[in-house]
Design a protein around this ligand. Structure first.
Ligand code: B1M
Length: 211
């Protein structure tokens, strides 16, 4: 089995120590950091994302796989920077104002990073004004908004309106999600995409940035 496949498999099992050791070994063997990233870490995270979508694995497995991915990515980061490898795109992500739920948002973040996207995670309880500021500062292609309460999903529309007001709406794709959110709600408020789960969110986000 190739060493990148071993990295992918160890990542899927959440074996952080093995992932780190294998990455160091692969680097010693002269395998390029971007090959390790793509064929090891991102490939493994892709498989986990698919399994999560099909309910073959659950939140804890995704969290430990993502922990292993982050540890591996930390080792590769300086080498990738040296090689001039850039993230494929940038996403500003948050849970909207009034909403403190972050488990789903964090999964979305991990899946986006697993697709090679840079994520500016603003956190929870984030106002439309803060999102607008972040778009001005970071110039992302995507704004991703999570809401878990029927009382806070309206904030997703508030953000879209604030982006329009600031003249930034056409520069970004707005993606929304969270348990009470639906496709018809996305259509109603003029979001660019609703996705039901973190893995699909990352797939659609990648399509947006490579399109
Ligand atoms: Co809260 N809570 N909660 N809660 N909580 C819910 C959401 C609720 C459904 C429970 C219930 O009553 N059955 C209910 C909402 C009812 C409603 O409005 N429809 C509820 C309530 C009412 C509340 C409080 C108001 C309770 C109170 O104080 N009376 C309060 C509100 C606080 C606030 O936010 N202002 C509250 C508080 C909390 C805790 C702090 C205790 C805790 C949050 C801890 C944390 O996040 N760090 C909590 C929790 C844990 C839950 C439940 C049990 C689990 C949520 C969760 O993390 N699920 C939840 C009930 C439930 O869902 N069974 C509940 C796992 C997570 C992976 O799923 O976040 O849905 P989820 O993410 C999914 C998808 O939705 C999607 O991807 C993920 C899967 O891949 N997704 C996106 C999420 N964001 C996306 C963005 C995208 C795309 C997909 O694109 C951008």
């Amino acid at each position: 089995m190739s060493i990148t496949l071993q990295i992918s498999e160890s990542l899927q099992k959440g074996r952080l120590k093995d992932v780190k050791e294998l990455i160091n070994k692969a680097l010693e063997e002269g395998i390029a950091a971007d090959v390790i990233l793509n064929e090891g870490l991102l490939a493994g995270m892709d498989i986990i994302g698919g399994k999560f979508k099909r309910n073959e694995v659950y939140v804890p497995e995704v969290l430990i796989a993502a922990r292993a991915m982050n540890a591996g990515a930390e080792i590769l980061k300086p080498k990738l920077v040296d090689m001039g490898v850039k993230a494929v795109g940038k996403v500003v992500l948050c849970t909207v104002k009034g909403d403190l739920h972050d488990i789903g948002k964090n999964l979305v973040k991990m899946m986006l990073e697993g697709k090679g996207l840079e994520v500016i995670d603003l956190g929870i309880d984030i106002s439309a004004e803060k999102v607008v500021e972040a778009v001005k500062e970071h110039d992302p292609q995507i704004v991703a908004l999570s809401a878990l309460l029927t009382t806070t999903m309206g904030e997703q529309k508030v953000v879209i309106d604030a982006l329009k007001e600031a003249g930034l709406r056409d520069q970004v794709k707005v993606m929304i999600g969270g348990a009470p959110v639906t496709q018809s709600y996305a259509d109603e408020i003029g979001a660019d995409a609703f996705t039901p789960d973190a893995a699909t969110c990352a797939e659609v986000a990648k399509e947006f940035v490579v399109a």
